[in-house]
Design a protein around this ligand. Structure first.
Ligand SMILES: Cc1ncc(COP(=O)(O)O)c(C=O)c1O
Length: 420
């Protein structure tokens, strides 16, 4: 009988001892692995292992063989199946191939990359636009590059992981202020030494709870204390403000914001990220921003779909209005059913339902899925203050009738699980 040969790359056995005899580096995840297993042992489905077997439209997919309403995508404007967007992607695939195989600063800038940057400049009315491979990388690049050792980044405590990771990658001093507190922001700005640059980082919509920032007041305070301001409009682009630029447009602070960060992975309906700005020296970032330089550029089909989508979003007033109707109706309906929600009114297209603990949240999530609606589950550490959430995000392509169906499913699921 031959003994199985273990290579140095074999995983450790259950004892946690690596084949080399050293400590298994994965042992730090043991508590998480056990917690997840305990949850699955209760018989619930894994909320983080769902597969969309077929996607039928921006609002419908087949999940476990069943047609399901999607209420947990960031496809706010429903652009993923727009015929013009799809045609543009197919044409670019045929004409330019499947990928660029290179960095934007070498062989990876095609006609389509400059076209999508032109579309962004038009959309935002700015002089500069720089496209990254994801929104995550746009934040990573901006935070890590423009604020150096002598500078301060002042950020909302509930900032997105990509903002925190950009801060961790750079050398600036990091100062956090209480979520959405203008008073705390001002207090922190006042305490900073007079020398050193200051960058205040804000988000238009905070995606966990769907609440919006008081940007008018925050930008005013930041400017009064000599800071540059960046607003991440990942969840605001497309349906806030007269031109759909985001919450900062609606707040009337466009001329005071130094940088806007955004993504193509939400309202635009594909993948990619960007920073737009009027700063006269902005273009130097293309040479010094590592998450821009040291990665391959977006495939031609992706930039073609993004450019087409962005140009259509400039004239999407009706869709915007319908998305707001859907958001308000769902918020009111869930409240009337007795659900506890994160905001008093529908502040954005994200409606977060608050639940008491992980078990109740997963059971309710599963009851909703079985009834025929998919929502996003969120739990610590992704959520603020240890909250357990069912996050609903609406789409301009949900019909009024679908919103009523969703409410009926929430009523049945909530009653079955005892949440309402
Ligand atoms: C506020 C915020 N910024 C940035 C990102 C990153 O976007 P992307 O999906 O393009 O990496 C996200 C996505 O979750 C986000 O919510």
């Amino acid at each position: 009988m031959t003994e199985a040969v273990r290579t140095p790359f074999d995983p450790a056995d259950e004892t946690g001892v690596a084949p080399s005899g050293g400590r298994d580096l994965f042992s730090k995840f043991d508590a998480l692995i056990a917690e997840r297993q305990a949850l699955l042992d209760t018989g619930v489905r894994d909320p983080f292992g769902l597969v969309m077997e077929k996607v039928l439209s921006p609002t419908r997919a087949i999940i476990k063989g069943k047609e399901t309403i999607l209420l947990g995508t960031y496809n706010y404007m429903g652009m993923t199946f727009d015929p013009d967007v799809i045609a543009a992607g197919k044409k670019a695939l045929d004409e330019y191939g499947s990928g660029t195989t290179g960095s934007r600063v070498l062989n990876g800038t095609y006609q389509g990359h400059t076209e999508v940057e032109e579309a962004l400049k038009e959309f935002y009315g700015t002089r500069h636009a720089m496209v990254f491979s994801t929104g995550y990388q746009a934040n990573l690049g901006l935070m890590a590059t423009i604020a150096g050792k002598e500078d301060y980044i002042i950020l909302d405590a509930d900032s997105h992981a990509s903002i925190y990771d950009g801060c961790a990658m750079g050398n600036a001093q990091i100062v956090r202020f209480r979520h959405n507190s203008v008073e705390d922001l001002e207090k922190r700005l006042k305490r900073l030494p007079a020398d050193g640059g200051r960058l205040v980082v804000l988000e238009g919509v905070y995606s966990m709870l769907g609440d919006i920032a008081p940007l008018k007041e925050m930008v005013e305070v930041s400017k009064r204390h000599g800071a540059m301001v960046v607003v991440d409009e990942a969840h605001g682009m497309g349906f806030f403000g007269p031109n759909g630029r985001g919450v900062f447009e609606e707040a009337g602070v466009e001329d005071q914001v130094d940088f806007v960060v955004g993504t193509f992975s939400k309202s635009v309906g594909t993948v990619g990220g960007f920073v737009v700005s009027n700063h006269p020296k902005f273009e130097v970032l293309r040479l010094v921003c590592r998450p821009y330089v040291f990665t391959a550029s977006l495939p031609p089909s992706v930039v073609a779909t993004a450019a087409t989508s962005i140009r259509k979003l400039m004239h999407a007033g009706n869709k915007r209005a319908h998305l707001w109707e859907n958001s308000r109706r769902l918020h009111q309906g869930l409240r009337d059913l007795g659900y506890k929600l994160a905001t008093d009114t529908a502040e954005s297209a994200i409606i977060a339902v608050l639940l008491p603990d992980q078990q109740t949240t997963v059971i309710t999530w599963q009851a909703l899925l079985e009834a025929g609606v998919y929502v996003n589950m969120a739990r610590p550490p992704a959520t603020p203050a240890g909250m357990f959430l069912l996050r609903c995000s609406l789409c301009a392509e949900h019909s009024a009738d679908e919103v009523e169906q969703i409410l009926a499913m929430f009523e049945a699921a909530g009653k079955a699980t005892g949440v309402i």
